[in-house]
Design a protein around this ligand. Structure first.
Ligand code: 5GP
Length: 191
């Protein structure tokens, strides 16, 4: 059966292990490219420009919004984040599936402009596990953790609008599930 490059959008609350899952699935699927988002927030320790994000100034971000360079963009807290068309279009045309790791509002906006996109929600096994993971990674202040936990309910409610949900309890199982989901959509009989 013919395979088709697809746009996969991965989201889920912070602390669900999305980043690890995405790294593992990329090791398994060499034809899967990662879209690097742009943001106006400052780099965290160890984050490199063009790898973690394209770190843009407020003015540069605004200029690129006005130029129509974004597939979608959104504000989080007092910063902006967006998906650049240049990260997605050429890769799909070259036959590579693309993975976007973005929040629920961004994902639903992508689905609106690209109905063919496959939305995959990564859910934590429970809220208690999520809170413990968030605290354990030690990258955020208590205030930031509280803000992030406050968003979880809204995010979980939107999971119903996703095409697929993967519960990240055991990492290996979650990677297998995501791999199978990608196979399924790339070999969709409508392709
Ligand atoms: P962080 O600052 O922790 O890297 O990301 C904060 C939030 O921004 C996360 O929920 C993340 O998913 C979201 N985000 C990252 N890239 C994008 C993007 O390109 N578009 C949108 N809408 N959200 C994004």
């Amino acid at each position: 059966m013919a395979t088709k490059a697809r746009l996969f959008v991965i989201s889920g609350p912070a602390g669900t292990g999305k980043g690890t899952l995405v790294a593992r699935i990329r090791d398994r699927r060499p034809n899967l490219d990662l879209s690097v988002s742009a943001t106006t927030r400052k780099p965290r320790e160890g984050e490199r420009d063009g790898v973690a994000y394209y770190f843009l100034s407020e003015d540069e971000f605004t200029r690129r919004v006005e130029a129509g360079d974004f597939l979608e963009w959104d504000g989080h807290f007092d910063k902006r984040y967006g998906t650049l068309r240049s990260e997605v279009d050429a890769r799909l045309e070259a036959g590579h599936s693309v993975i976007l790791e973005i929040d629920v509002n961004g994902a639903l906006n992508v689905k609106r402009v690209c109905p063919d996109a496959v939305l995959v929600f990564i859910a934590p096994p429970s809220l208690e596990v999520l809170e413990a993971r968030l605290r354990g990674r030690g990258t955020e202040t208590e205030e930031q953790i509280a803000l992030r936990l406050g968003r979880v309910e809204m995010e979980m409610a939107k999971a119903a609008q996703y095409d697929e949900v993967v519960v990240n309890d055991d990492l290996e199982t979650a990677v297998d599930e995501l791999d199978a989901i990608m196979d399924k959509y790339e070999t969709d009989e409508r392709n």
